[in-house]
Structures are given as C-alpha cells and as structure tokens.
Design a protein around this ligand. Structure first.
Ligand code: 13P
Length: 250
C-alpha cells in the first residue's frame, strides 16, 4: 500500500443477513481478524447492529450502519437516527450510497450533506459515497459528476477524522465490472483535490473504492495510488472473501 494513511476495508451487507447468519459471519471475521495493516469495519442492517457489535467486542473490528435520518429524533416512521446508531455502538455510518440516492430513495446531494452534518454531531464518522452512472461514464463525464457530488454532499466541518469518501461507480456495483486502474486513480485524485481545496490536508483523507471488489481483484485495486481501502458489498457476505480482501492490505 503506497499511501501513508491506514487503509479501511468496510463491508456493506446491505439488506442481507438474519440473526443466525449475521452473527456467524461477524464471529468468523472477528476471530480471524485478517489484514493487520488495515482497519476493518462491518456495516450490517440495522436489525443486526447490536448482535454484530457484541460479536465484534474486543476484536478491534469496527461497527457501522448503512444510513441515518438527518433529524436527531421525531416523527419519522421507519427511520433510524444518528444518535440511535451511536447508542448501539456504531462508529461509522454510510451516507449517500447510490442505492439511496436517485430512484432508490430520491436522496439529493443536499439531503446527504444534512445527514453528514447530523452524523458528525453524534460523533459518527460519515462514509460519503459518490459515483457516476453508466451513461455518464460512457459520456466521459465521470470527473464532472463526482466533483459536483463531492461539492454538494459535504457540509462545513469535514475533517479526515470525521469523514471518509467512497468512490463507487454505479455501473460497477454488483455487476462484476470495474473501471480500469487509471480511471480509479483519476477519480480519487479529483476527489482528493476537491477535499484539499475546501478542507485542507488532502493527503490525510481516506478515499475508498467500491464496486465489484473481490478477493481476486483487491490486490490490484488496493495498490492503485490514492486508494485507501475498499467498500465491499457482495464479497463482504462471504467471510473467506472478505478476509482475503483485508489481507491484500498486508
Ligand atoms: P458490490 O461489492 O456488491 O459491487 O457492492 C458495492 C457497494 O455498493 C458497496 O457499498
């Protein structure tokens, strides 16, 4: 890993896992504690946060959630607040995932920025996702799109300690396709430049790549300059694959 910041390998379980399978997956990863050269994070569905948190106790593997509401509390049926996540032991929360933006849940950049601010207020580290759609990629608009998302999705007060960025091309998620290394490097470079211009200390930020990361492609992806870890979907549901990805960090 050529970069100075400690990499982060995060598993986004999405809407997968019941108590038995979720607990077993977390216990296996906690016991093996793979990849001593990286931080590890599991983001199970909200129903499993408490159980997975218990399974991870003492392992050093961190706990995170997949979303939160922008309000601290109130009449928001079905939603979960940042305070609730912190209360159950979360240190991180994924925000602005493409499955919550656009047609998924209609979240805009402004919605994401509001959530990030609330998450920071509760002491959570926000993992803010950005990434272009297939048509935008085909048009060569990747860097423009992610720059615009970065500008709109981050509130004031962002620091390398309270915010991680995940570059997740929408077309690469769950598709088995990934950008070429030069595209990933260029996207991370553009994100880092924007972070540096607005918040300072660009090299201190962790910028993850996400989208069809597997045990097979992780060594190459994690060696790309400016890639400080991975946000892993499907492969994070398989303990062996997730551990191998973490071990790619050394
Ligand atoms: P996959 O690894 O399944 O492509 O998912 C990536 C993702 O969306 C992680 O947040």
């Amino acid at each position: 890993m050529p970069d100075a910041v400690r990499p982060l390998i995060a598993g986004n379980w999405k809407m997968n896992g019941l108590r038995e399978t979720g607990q077993a997956l977390a216990q296996t990863i906690a016991k093996r504690r793979p990849g001593q050269a990286c931080d590890l994070l599991l983001c199970p569905p909200a129903t499993l946060l408490e159980m997975v948190g218990a399974a991870l106790t003492g392992s050093g593997v961190l706990l995170g959630a997949q979303d939160c509401h922008q309000e601290i509390k109130g009449a928001h049926t079905g939603d979960v607040s940042a305070a609730m996540l912190a209360d159950v032991g979360c240190r991180f929360v994924i925000l602005g995932h493409s499955e919550r933006r656009g047609e998924g849940h209609g979240e805009t950049d402004a919605d994401v920025a509001a959530k990030v601010q609330t998450a920071h207020g509760e002491g959570l580290v926000a993992i803010v996702c950005v990434g272009e759609r297939a048509a935008e990629h085909a048009q060569g608009a990747t860097l423009t799109v992610i720059e615009s998302q970065i500008k709109g999705s981050l509130p004031e007060g962002v620091t390398p300690e309270n915010t991680v960025i995940a570059y997740e091309p929408v077309w690469a998620i769950g598709s088995g396709r990934t950008p070429i290394s030069e595209e990933i490097e260029a996207a991370h470079k553009r994100i880092r430049a924007n972070l540096g211009a607005r918040f300072g200390t660009p090299e201190a930020f962790r910028i993850l790549y996400g989208g069809s990361v597997t045990a097979a492609n992780a060594p190459e992806i994690l060696s790309i300059h400016g890639v400080n870890g991975a946000l892993v979907g499907g492969a994070s549901l398989d303990a062996e694959a997730f551990c191998k990805i973490a071990e790619s960090c050394g």
